[in-house]
Ligand binder design. Structure first.
Ligand SMILES: Nc1ncnc2c1ncn2[C@@H]1O[C@H](COP(=O)(O)OP(=O)(O)OP(=O)(O)O)[C@@H](O)[C@H]1O
Ligand SMILES: [Mg+2]
Length: 522
């Protein structure tokens, strides 16, 4: 007998056995049916060129985590319109939505099949559901049906399943679970007990609608931030190999209303991370800060907004200088990193950096720190020094690209739908108008029922601002000339500190060609 004939015969035999199995399910009483199905399944497996695994929903009396993971994983193979990544388009899908989940999950219906391809190997998954035999007694009520997944894989690829496919499934399922769960926003408040049993963070559901799509920002910069985040989230191996703590720091700076908080929300939504909004003024000292940070979970963004408003974190040099001038500078107040902690201050910069940067930074992994400020020039150079915050992102006034995104968001108007002349005028004056995306949004929201009017009004506002700025530019210039010399010297020094080559930040791609004050990425 030829080899091909042998396999054809085997395939027909396996097919026949499968057919008998189906008939049995319809005709015989449950107990007998189960025994026969069991026997036929065994025979089928012996003759088949495939190997089968049973992943049952309940393992003894415990829930089998692997079953849930497979269920979630397979649901990701199914697209929203019901098409399946496999060949079978008539696969029936079950739809579920679990508590605390923000999305619907697709799954395989009873006794349906789906194929999945992993590293070039095809795996056929069957969701097997049979009636459970009646049990006389059980400590735990069992479901009436016995459910399980049976992956079918070619015998020669068996090692693949055992080596890496199952790990891949568990990892993916974990990711899907996190994405489906609603984000949480944590915040700290004063006087909460920090003993080991209680949780010092209060949480609420986080449902901020901001996404990278809705964020008005230059698309290239947006893309680079998204890539950076993705690389970070997938970078466990890299961080391990290079001996770095798995964390990343972003400093967002720019005037109010330019989208710093919106960017943080977009980051959280993009990665599926929770947010810890750390209110530093509520933290009494460094040890309390340490305890709070130790109680944050991984896959989270720890945010300190308006970091310049916390007096002890800004401009140590000024204090140092003043102390020196008064002849009462105390060298003991400097810490190992060369920073000086203000006497009597509660949380100090060194305390904070110890956690973001020092030994404590490796407690917990996959964490992103985001600091925001409206006044980068007020920040202590220790915070800006290279190696501290990995990426400096300038959120500036609205530019033409960002303006177009806002028009699309608020008025549903694509570029081609706006009057060409008006759009050109907008392009010419938007930068000089120095308007924040928040102000643009305001005008558009006000007129959102009438898109034409909204665009016209926005153009008027832009033009008015340009005229006002030109006028006030002259007055301001005169006023500035009369300002005290000391202040100018101080500003100059601050600028030098930020730009010094051995210095405080390195520019990477994000620097703006026009005014040189865009983002810096380390
Ligand atoms: N870049 C942007 N893209 C989209 N919307 C924006 C952007 N910037 C501001 N907005 C709109 O303006 C509002 C205020 O923005 P947001 O709170 O993010 O600014 P901010 O920079 O954090 O301000 P602040 O410095 O006062 O905290 C947001 O609710 C959003 O609707
Ligand atoms: Mg903000």
């Amino acid at each position: 007998m030829k080899m091909s004939d042998y396999w054809t015969t085997m395939a027909s035999l396996v097919g026949m056995l499968a057919f008998c199995q189906t008939i049995l399910q319809l005709v015989f009483p449950p107990e007998l049916r189960l025994a026969l199905i069991h026997l036929l399944t065994r025979m089928r497996h012996v003759f088949s060129s495939h190997t089968y695994f049973d992943i049952t929903e309940i393992d003894g009396v415990n829930t089998n985590e692997l079953y849930n993971a497979v269920s979630l994983y397979l649901s990701s193979s199914v697209t929203v319109n019901g098409a399946v990544s496999s060949t079978s388009n008539n696969t029936r899908l079950s739809l579920t939505r679990v508590p605390n989940s923000s999305s619907v999950t697709f799954g395989l219906s009873n006794n349906d099949r789906i194929t999945d391809v992993f590293n070039g190997v095809t795996v056929l998954w069957e969701h097997v559901v049979v009636q459970r035999q009646v049990q006389s007694f059980s400590w735990r009520p069992m479901p009436e049906e016995k459910r399980g997944f049976t992956p079918q894989i070619s015998k020669r690829d068996k090692a693949l399943v055992l080596d890496s496919y199952l790990d891949h499934i568990v990892g993916k399922a974990e990711e899907i679970r996190r994405r489906n769960e609603e984000r949480l926003l944590y915040t700290n408040s004063r006087g909460v007990s920090l003993d080991s049993r209680t949780h010092p963070w209060d949480s609420v559901r986080f449902k901020h609608p901001s996404t990278f799509e809705t964020l008005a920002m230059d698309p290239e910069r947006k893309k680079r931030i998204m890539e950076d985040l993705r690389e970070f989230a997938n970078g466990q191996g890299f961080y391990q190999k290079t001996g770095r703590a798995w964390k990343r720091g972003y400093l967002l700076y720019g005037p109010p209303g330019t989208g710093k908080s919106s960017l943080i929300a977009a980051m959280a939504n993009y990665l599926g991370y929770d947010i810890y909004d750390l209110e530093l003024t509520e933290v009494q000292n460094n040890s309390e800060l340490r305890k709070l940070l130790m109680k944050t979970s991984s896959k989270s963004i720890i945010v300190i907004e308006d970091i310049d408003c916390s007096i002890s974190l800004t401009k140590r040099e000024k204090v140092k200088r003043k102390n020196n001038n008064n002849g009462c500078y105390d060298p003991d107040l400097t810490n190992g990193s060369g920073l000086m902690d203000e006497p009597g201050s509660s949380v100090t910069l060194s305390g904070l950096l110890n956690f973001t940067d020092g030994l404590w930074s490796c407690c917990g992994s996959e964490r992103i720190f985001v600091f925001t400020t409206n006044h980068i020039e007020k920040l202590d150079s220790a915070l800006l020094r290279s190696g501290r915050m990995d990426m400096h992102i300038h959120m500036g006034f609205c530019r033409f690209q960002a303006l177009k995104i806002l028009l699309k968001n608020y008025l549903r108007m694509e570029e081609g739908e706006v009057d060409g002349v008006v759009l050109k005028e907008m392009e010419e004056c938007v930068e000089e108008a120095e308007i924040t995306p928040a102000d643009v949004s305001e005008v558009l929201i006000r007129n959102r029922s009438d898109a034409e009017k909204a665009v016209r009004e926005l153009l008027c506002v832009l033009k008015e601002r340009v005229v006002r700025r030109r006028k006030s530019g002259g007055v301001k210039k005169k006023k500035e000339e009369g300002e005290h010399e000391d202040e100018e010297a101080e500003e100059e020094q601050e600028k030098r500190a930020l730009d010094s080559p051995n210095g405080n930040r390195e520019f990477f791609g994000f620097e703006d060609e026009k005014d040189g004050d865009e983002d810096a990425d380390k």
